[in-house]
Design a protein around this ligand. Sequence first.
Ligand SMILES: CC(C)(COP(=O)(O)OP(=O)(O)OC[C@H]1O[C@@H](n2cnc3c(N)ncnc32)[C@H](O)[C@@H]1OP(=O)(O)O)[C@@H](O)C(=O)NCCC(=O)NCCS
Length: 250
Amino acid sequence: MSASHRMIYNGRAVETLGEGALTWRRLAGADLPMLADWLREPQVARWWNHEHTLEAVARDFGASVRGEEPGEDLVVSLDGHPIGLLQRAVIGDYPEDLAEFEALIEVPDGAVELDYLIADAALRGRGLGSRMIAAAVQSTWSDDPSVPAVLVAVVAANTASWRALEKAGLTRIAEGAMSPENPLDDPLHYIYRADRPQQHVDRLDALGRPTLGFLGDVMREATVVAGVNGARLPDNDDPRAQVVRHTTGS
Ligand SMILES: CC(C)(COP(=O)(O)OP(=O)(O)OC[C@H]1O[C@@H](n2cnc3c(N)ncnc32)[C@H](O)[C@@H]1OP(=O)(O)O)[C@@H](O)C(=O)NCCC(=O)NCCS
């Protein structure tokens, strides 16, 4: 993969995947067999614990493919190769999730939750998960000006997941019992949170929230440059992306 670089770390040759382009797009019907394969991969099955026959996947993800779910199921690619799934949803659109969160914290109106997986075991533990999460959080601020915060609940035993959240800049704000995806797990969960950066809030206030107006133009530009809803994610070296970040104040 063109994104990988060999380097020496503690005397071992390792590959880093720090610079490949991460993109995402909506899950499509043609992705369902691939998704079923992903869900049966042992570590994914361990933590997602989702039925992975094609029939079950078509049943559970069909509404999303047809655009009938309030939440988004996004196929994430690294340099054009699908590597994982990212789910993003407004918590209030899923009353069961809202009740679970509200048992432990106050959920701000419009707060978004994420879930994620990297399908190939060989691609895990190399920084991709935290990059993917950080990009998803960053993109959320521009994709929907009404989202005040991102909240993620992770079962305490899933160290890789909550470490990836910490590396992506989220903060643990609470812990307590929630229903585990896998009944094997103890109910103890950690809740992580990222808040919309203040400069986004100031900018929106100055624009007279929630009208899109100027921001809508910026977001259309960002769609081309920085990857809102499926195009390319922000590239720090791309001067056009710099312009968008500067313009949006992020
Ligand atoms: C969760 C997931 C997306 C994280 O992606 P990733 O690419 O592995 O994450 P990163 O490499 O960015 O970070 C993982 C961190 O956890 C650490 N880690 C992994 N397993 C660990 C363990 N058992 N104990 C301690 N640390 C562990 C890694 O070392 C790394 O931290 P470090 O860089 O400080 O060493 C990925 O592991 C995955 O897809 N898992 C299966 C599905 C899943 O669990 N989804 C989440 C459901 S909430």
